[in-house]
Design a protein around this ligand. Structure first.
Ligand SMILES: CC/C=C\C/C=C\C/C=C\C/C=C\C/C=C\C/C=C\CC/C=C/C(=O)SCCNC(=O)CCNC(=O)[C@H](O)C(C)(C)COP(=O)(O)OP(=O)(O)OC[C@H]1O[C@@H](n2cnc3c(N)ncnc32)[C@H](O)[C@@H]1OP(=O)(O)O
Ligand SMILES: Cc1cc2nc3c(=O)[nH]c(=O)nc-3n(C[C@H](O)[C@H](O)[C@H](O)COP(=O)(O)OP(=O)(O)OC[C@H]3O[C@@H](n4cnc5c(N)ncnc54)[C@H](O)[C@@H]3O)c2cc1C
Length: 678
């Protein structure tokens, strides 16, 4: 049966070519084609799109929207089935790495494979010697071993140097003895550890000849490759159900303890430091920070994932806002679409713009990461501190804004957003740990702040800042200049926006540096001023996102109306931030309150420009209905009949009279009858 497109009128209003925008969103025509093909493949194959569960009626299939009603144990088993099926598909059809990654993405269930491919393999690549890569990578790529990343412990996560697990070298047997000396040293959280991984990269304190050399990575086998039982000395299991039904519970985050487990010496990852057969500790000429390299990789990858998650929420909220009507009916006509309310626009459109902004900064960050890792291979470590600060900061900014944005989209959908069938509660529950994993977002901003303070202190020594901090080279100008905006439309000039963000970031960093210099003990000062330092770091990161959006617009972007739409979105992103943080811009003296009001006036005008294009800008994300998993976000906008239909699928509606009626409701009703008779 052909479906009616309830959003057709909205789509007719678009002032740009949606197909061309899909390519800009995907990054290239080839990336679009791969994503488009794989997302449809997943949506159309029940083995990938459905959840099959054994119940009293035999095997029953459930759609993605019904996932939150299902018990964890069955969901988990289904995820194992999907992973095995996906893997077979990848091998049988010889999918490329890019296609395989897309397949994992569109299946859209957190699983051990994410840790295996997203952290275990990158850790071996980053910290292993050539010989170690040769031995372990083929096994990992063929999934003959499955690995996880066991860094965090019950007692320590953010403070990596505080980890307690020990790896003590025994020269008599040429082995390391891996041990968990305390309860708090139990590994806690690693994804894929609880029930699946056969191996782990274990972070432990390296001890030779009684001397503690700090943290290093070790490859440790955890489970038998025959019967999957834990090896002697190993206690391992799942840490328990996490936030939200369904959500991240398809992942087996685990707990792990070692009781003097022995591993061969060559299972210490030895790119950064080596231990010789006679127990000598030898530091390589590469920086110790390379121990943290896999975190840098994952943090940059999480930025593109942030744009993906935010775009899903925004797509749902935009389509639903065009379908939903409230108030304003005249002469029996239709009510007003809620998307036409300026308040709805002022909450929704900055998120739409943010999704695009995060996409482009993610694209750039991927390039930057590749560039720096190529330099590292050639033993040029000069850009590593900047890469660390940038990945940490942009991961922090984008994941916080995305988690908050998903929740805002839920509220933008009113009551129906609170239903699991809207897809938004589960999207939030799955997404929100990204603010914590791969580094707590505040801890990461403090890393950016340290980098900024170092940069400011080096300015006086004549060191020329480059890359993302090149703007600080113009410190004299940026400390004194004032905005020359005279009317609202002046805020459309990229140069006006850029200077505002540069001046604000510079002034906030310099103010922190000046306050810090008043402390005798700089570390004490850093702790005391941490809230201000976090704000300065955020200002720097927002400048990076804004400037990468502006740089994107300087490229040749073909397609009818595409550049104009992106220009509008770029200005919305920047002016929304300016409006939200206008206290910073005012206090640092770059703008006057009048200029702040002009920015807000311009922002409202930009919302009017986006309005006719909003649904099409959300369509350009090219999300399938399967991937969205949301009745409110359906492409055809046919929301109400589908919501009504879905309600009846809830297990509570399997019978008219609920279980428990005889025990708990009937006696109450009877008691009331008796009271009434009295
Ligand atoms: C079927 C399908 C088939 C195919 C599919 C294919 C592909 C799928 C592929 C990929 C999936 C991709 C992406 C993954 C997506 C999702 C991942 C999934 C789940 C995520 C799981 C989560 C994992 C984790 O959470 S792992 C644990 C993370 N832990 C942390 O982040 C801890 C945070 N803490 C720290 O990082 C550090 O402790 C610290 C806070 C940075 C402090 O460090 P330290 O104590 O050493 O102290 P200093 O601050 O003094 O730092 C010293 C010095 O080092 C510099 N530094 C610090 N960190 C780094 C770094 N990372 N790099 C470089 N340099 C660093 C710091 O600046 C100081 O420098 P100076 O001395 O110069 O000042
Ligand atoms: C879903 C999920 C998956 C995970 N997967 C893995 C995995 O695969 N492998 C793995 O090893 N780990 C994993 N982790 C663990 C994760 O990396 C840690 O939880 C994370 O690094 C934060 O550390 P923490 O839990 O110790 O938080 P804490 O550091 O205890 O943070 C608690 C609070 O203290 C604050 N705080 C901490 N230090 C400072 C400071 N210096 N200054 C100011 N404030 C501070 C934080 O901002 C936060 O508000 C996962 C976590 C989750 C939630």
């Amino acid at each position: 049966m052909e479906s009616i497109d309830y959003l057709a009128e909205e789509r007719k209003k678009a002032e740009f070519n949606v197909d061309e925008m899909k390519i800009v969103w995907a990054g290239s025509r080839r990336a679009f084609e791969v994503s488009d093909y794989i997302s449809k493949l997943v949506a159309d194959d029940p083995d990938l799109s459905f959840i099959f569960i054994e119940c009293h009626r035999g095997i029953q299939g459930f759609s993605k929207e019904e996932r939150t009603m299902l018990p964890r144990k069955e969901l988990f088993k289904n995820t194992l089935r999907k992973s095995a099926y996906s893997w077979k598909h990848i091998i049988d059809h010889q999918l490329s790495e890019e296609e395989a990654e897309r397949l994992r993405y569109f299946v859209d269930e957190p699983a051990f494979i994410d840790s295996h491919l997203g952290v275990f393999i990158p850790a071996i690549k980053g910290q292993g010697t050539k010989e170690q890569l040769k031995k372990w990578l083929p096994l990992a790529y063929k999934m003959q071993i499955i690995g996880c990343y066991a860094q965090t412990e019950l007692g320590h996560g953010s403070n990596v140097q505080g980890l307690e697990t020990t790896a003590t070298f025994d020269p008599r047997t040429d082995e390391f003895v891996i041990h968990s000396p305390t309860l708090t040293s139990s590994k806690w959280w690693p994804g894929g550890l609880g029930k699946v991984s056969t191996h782990a990269i274990v972070y432990a304190r390296l001890i030779t000849d009684g001397k503690d050399h700090g943290i290093n990575g070790f490859i440790v086998q955890l489970r038998s490759l025959e019967d999957h039982k834990p090896l002697p000395g190993i206690t391992v299991g799942d840490i328990g159900t996490k936030f939200g039904n369904g959500a991240y519970n398809t992942m087996d985050n685990g707990v792990l303890r070692f009781d003097h487990v022995r591993i061969p010496r060559d299972q210490m990852l030895m790119r950064v430091a080596q231990v010789t057969k006679d127990g000598k500790y030898v530091q390589s000429d590469v920086p110790r920070q390379l121990l943290y390299e896999s975190m840098v990789y994952t943090r940059q990858a999480l930025v593109t994932y942030a744009s993906g998650a935010l775009s899903r929420a925004v797509c749902i909220a935009t389509r639903y806002s065009a379908v939903r009507r409230q108030f304003g009916s005249q002469n029996g006509g239709q009510e007003i679409q809620v998307i036409d309310y300026k308040t709805q626009q002022s909450r929704l459109f900055p998120l739409l713009a943010s999704a695009y902004a995060f996409r482009f900064v993610g694209e750039w960050l991927k390039w930057f990461y590749t560039d720096v890792t190529q330099r590292l291979q050639a033993n040029d470590f000069s850009t590593l501190p900047e890469l660390h600060a940038t990945t940490a900061g942009i991961k922090s900014l984008t994941t916080t804004a995305t988690a908050d944005g998903i929740e805002e989209c839920r509220k933008l959908c009113g009551g129906h957003g609170y239903l699991c069938s809207s897809g938004l509660p589960e999207l939030y529950a799955v997404y929100v740990p990204a603010c914590t994993f791969e580094g707590d977002n505040v801890v990461l901003l403090l890393q950016v702040a340290r980098f900024l303070m170092k940069t400011v202190s080096q300015l006086s020594s004549g060191k020329k800042p480059t890359g993302t901090i090149a703007y600080m080279g113009k410190i004299e100008h940026l400390m004194q200049c004032r905005s020359d905006v005279e009317q609202a439309k002046d805020w459309l000039k990229p140069s006006a926006i850029l200077e505002a963000f540069e001046a604000r970031a510079t002034r906030m960093s310099v103010a922190c540096a000046q306050s810090l210099s008043k402390f005798d003990n700089p570390e004490e000062g850093f702790q005391e001023l941490a809230p201000d330092l976090v704000e300065a770091a955020l200002a720097h990161c927002q400048l990076i996102v804004v400037s990468k959006f502006i740089e994107k617009l300087q490229q040749d972007i073909p397609g009818e109306g595409i550049k104009q739409q992106l220009e509008v979105l770029c200005c919305i992103y920047a002016l929304f931030l300016l409006h939200k943080h206008h206290g910073d811009f005012l206090v640092t003296g770059y703008i006057t309150s009048k200029q702040g009001l002009f920015a807000n006036e311009q922002l409202r005008a930009l919302y009017t420009q986006v309005r006719p294009n909003a649904v099409s800008l959300a369509d350009a994300f090219n999300h399938t209905d399967h991937f969205l998993g949301s009745i409110l976000g359906r492409y055809d906008g046919n929301v109400y009949p589908k919501l009504y239909e879905a309600a009846w699928k809830d297990p509570l509606n399997e019978s008219d009279v609920p279980d428990g009626f005889d025990e708990y409701i009937r006696p109450l009703l009877k008691q009331q009858l008796q009271t009434a008779r009295l």
